[in-house]
Design a protein around this ligand. Structure first.
Ligand code: SF4
Length: 205
């Protein structure tokens, strides 16, 4: 670790509950200050498939659970359409705290993309989850998650839907469900997500 650089400190243990509990008090970067709570991953450990998003949204921040807001509901539907049982998937985010700004009136919280420094600071939690979940396939939802795992030069537009490898773990990058919600042609974007998830389902047999 570079001295002075923000970084999460993960306890040296193979206990998933211990690691998850420790993440609740993480101050590895500045995002813990304004968010409600750490939103750690959820699902079976180990799991054959692990999905990684960008960061918790407004509803996830309040609930303390990943993918429970509008993007999570779209993901649930896409998983059903791709023949994947969400109960068998471990879901998490590259960054565990919600980054936002207030709208002009100081009320609504508006999502802000985490910086590269924040993604790197939070990476030890993601690495610990991957080590303990031992997925046969990592599904990376959106460019932030894909670059967190595959490096900042990775281009989602070029390699979307391909089965690649990161540190010997097969992975596949696709669009984040929130990008599908914002897409001008939402039906086509949704179908693209489902098609990629079908490739993911085939990759884990
Ligand atoms: S975003 Fe990650 S590194 Fe930053 S405080 Fe939250 S858990 Fe720690």
């Amino acid at each position: 670790m570079t001295p002075g650089r923000p970084m999460a400190e993960v306890p040296d243990t193979d206990s998933f509950p211990e690691i998850r509990a420790s993440a609740r008090s993480c101050t590895g970067c500045g995002l813990y200050r304004d968010a409600t709570q750490t939103v750690f991953g959820a699902g079976p450990v180990p799991a054959r498939m692990m999905m990684v998003g960008e960061q918790p949204g407004d509803q996830e921040d309040r609930a303390g659970e990943p993918f429970v807001g509008p993007a999570g509901r779209l993901l649930d539907k896409a998983l059903v359409d791709a023949g994947i049982d969400r109960a068998e998937v471990y879901v998490t985010n590259a960054v565990k705290h919600f980054k936002f700004r207030r709208d002009e009136r100081g009320g609504r919280r508006i999502h802000q993309k985490p910086s590269r420094t924040e993604v790197v600071a939070c990476h030890p939690w993601l690495a610990a989850e991957t080590r303990l979940v031992r997925p046969e396939l990592l599904v990376l939802l959106g460019a932030t998650a894909a670059q967190a795992v595959l490096g900042s030069s990775f281009r989602l537009t070029r390699h979307r839907g391909e089965v690649l490898s990161a540190d010997d773990t097969p992975c596949l990058a696709t669009n984040h469900p929130s990008a599908v919600l914002r897409a001008p042609d939402r039906d086509a974007a949704y179908q693209g997500l489902v098609d990629d998830l079908r490739v993911a389902a085939e990759a884990v047999g």
